[in-house]
Design a protein around this ligand. Structure first.
Ligand code: CU
Length: 155
């Protein structure tokens, strides 16, 4: 009698835990409101989406998919236009392969993926900066120069 009462209490607690877990699952939709997707344009040294938009202050996510079957790529959103992108690209070359051609986080970087192997993808999240235009580039040597870049416009 005592044991079955105990078992009953345990079952009720388990049900409660399950209900809580279910609630937590549906309530935790912390997904970014601005969910953007960018891939590589097949094997080309280019992105398949070069014009992204976001609202200042909103949470943005960019899912970058490397569609190449042979080439590694990354995606770095820089804090400015081509001049900043050039500086970041130079710093990336100095950082080298071991750093995934990503310079140390600093004022020039808003967000970045790692250097992604062929077929890999990564989602990065950040808060959209002030209104303006921001370049995003691949800093694998030669890619930015070949035109692997796009623009994030923040309104
Ligand atoms: Cu690239």
């Amino acid at each position: 009698m005592k044991i079955s009462a105990k078992a009953m209490v345990v079952s009720v607690m388990l049900l409660g835990a399950l209900a809580l877990a279910a609630c937590g699952g549906s309530a935790s939709s912390g997904a970014a409101s601005g969910a953007l997707e960018v891939g590589t344009d097949g094997e080309n040294l280019a992105y398949n989406n070069v014009a992204l938009t976001a609202k200042a202050g909103e949470k943005v996510s960019i899912t970058f998919k490397n569609n190449s079957s042979a080439q590694s790529h990354n995606l770095i959103v820089v804090n400015g236009g081509d001049d900043v992108a050039n500086a970041v690209n130079d710093a990336a070359a100095e950082a080298g392969d071991a750093a995934g051609y990503v310079p140390a986080d600093g004022a020039d970087l808003i967000a970045h993926t790692a250097l992604l192997a062929p077929g890999a993808s990564e989602t990065i999240e950040f808060t959209a900066p002030a209104a303006g235009t921001y370049s995003f580039v691949c800093t694998y040597p030669g890619h930015y120069g070949a035109g692997m870049k796009g623009v994030l416009t923040v309104n």
